[in-house]
Design a protein around this ligand. Structure first.
Ligand code: IMP
Ligand code: MG
Length: 336
């Protein structure tokens, strides 16, 4: 599988970052490239005693030999990107496409200053919506116009396609979740762009015929930040009874928590062209599964859940996350 896309199947924050980091460590991609909206995304990666929250640099940074790219369609906030490059020590292997749209302070001010975006939609306030609006109006800036990014520019799609020509592995890291897609989500309570697998391919200039695998990540207990419909939402008290309390990586807002939604899982798997699924947070279905790395040692309750999810999704569940650390995972995929 030379080209794999990872996307979120529900409302975002499904644990894609951890799944990407695991696949990067096991399968050693030559390139890990970001698709998605921009720095509104927050991916959490925990390895040993260190926890990272990344917004621009791909979560696969933990694997030291991969190029880390930001695809053409993704918005770049130069301050966020340069800060993460410094913090993670990835200078020399982190690049943005020269045509990425740029988020300036004015976009952030417009996002936070607009009651419609900040209150009604509940945006992350990171300037993504206004920057995408400017791009559509053809008034925005591009990465190649930003002097601070001069040492980080690349033709990302060319690099990816040449790597695929050489039969090397490319991992495309999606962000956000299917149901906050501008097209397929719960409009108007959505982000400013499509978030499906096809969009992640387009963001990186990879034609549809070159994608081999689409891994859709589903959370056993889905969550949602910001406003909008959430049919299986629990009350905060019910969530607490399940021992679940979560806060956003970017905004630190409490996340709304719900139970598994088989109907939404099925529809999302269909539109994403899911070939394999990942389930995260199985230790919340049964805490006895925490940290487990062997499918045979999962409890009956956990196995029953996986089987039900598989039926809803209509594709095999090949990755099961059993805790926050990269090592807390059951990987049923074939060797590359
Ligand atoms: P925006 O993308 O900042 O404009 O926010 C629009 C909606 O999408 C809000 O409800 C946000 O909470 C949500 N959203 C945007 N990015 C993410 C993400 O990475 N994870 C979860 N929710 C997100
Ligand atoms: Mg997140």
């Amino acid at each position: 599988m030379p080209c794999t896309i990872i996307v979120g199947g529900f409302f975002g924050d499904e644990g894609k970052g951890k799944i990407v980091a695991h696949i990067a460590e096991r399968d050693r991609p030559a390139i890990i490239s970001r698709g998605g909206v921009g720095p509104n995304a927050g991916h959490t990666v925990q390895t040993g005693d260190k926890t990272y929250g990344v917004r621009m640099v791909p979560s696969g940074f933990v694997y030291p030999d991969a190029l880390l790219c930001v695809g053409t369609g993704v918005l770049v906030d130069p301050r966020v990107f340069l800060h993460e490059v410094e913090l993670l020590g990835v200078k020399g292997r982190a690049f943005v496409d020269e045509r990425c749209g740029i988020i300036d302070q004015v976009h952030i001010d417009r996002d936070r200053g607009s009651d419609h975006l900040s209150k009604k939609v509940g945006s992350t306030g990171t300037g993504c919506g206004p920057a995408n609006a400017d791009r559509a109006m053809r008034t925005g800036r591009l990465a190649k116009d930003v002097p601070e990014l001069a040492g980080y520019l690349m033709d990302v799609p060319a690099e990816i396609n040449e790597t695929l020509d050489d039969d090397d592995f490319v991992l495309i890291e999606g962000t956000q979740g299917f149901y906050i897609s501008l097209y397929f989500g719960t409009y108007p309570y959505v982000t400013s762009k499509d978030t499906s697998a096809s969009q992640m391919a387009a963001d990186n200039g990879v034609g549809p015929t070159r994608i081999d695998d689409v891994i859709v990540v589903f959370k056993a207990y889905p969550t949602r930040v910001g406003e909008g419909p959430f049919e299986t939402e629990m009350t905060p008290e019910e969530a607490k009874e399940h021992g679940i309390e979560e806060f956003g990586t970017v905004t630190h807002r409490p996340r709304r928590i719900g139970t598994w939604d088989g109907e939404r899982a099925r529809y999302s798997a269909m539109i994403n062209g899911c070939t394999q699924a990942a389930i995260t947070g199985i230790d919340r279905i049964d805490p006895a599964c925490f940290g487990c790395t062997d499918y045979n040692r999962l409890s009956k309750a956990a196995k029953d859940f996986v089987q039900k999810a598989e039926k809803d999704i209509g594709a095999p569940v090949t990755l099961i996350s059993t805790g926050p650390d990269i090592a807390h995972i059951i990987d049923l995929r074939k060797e590359l």
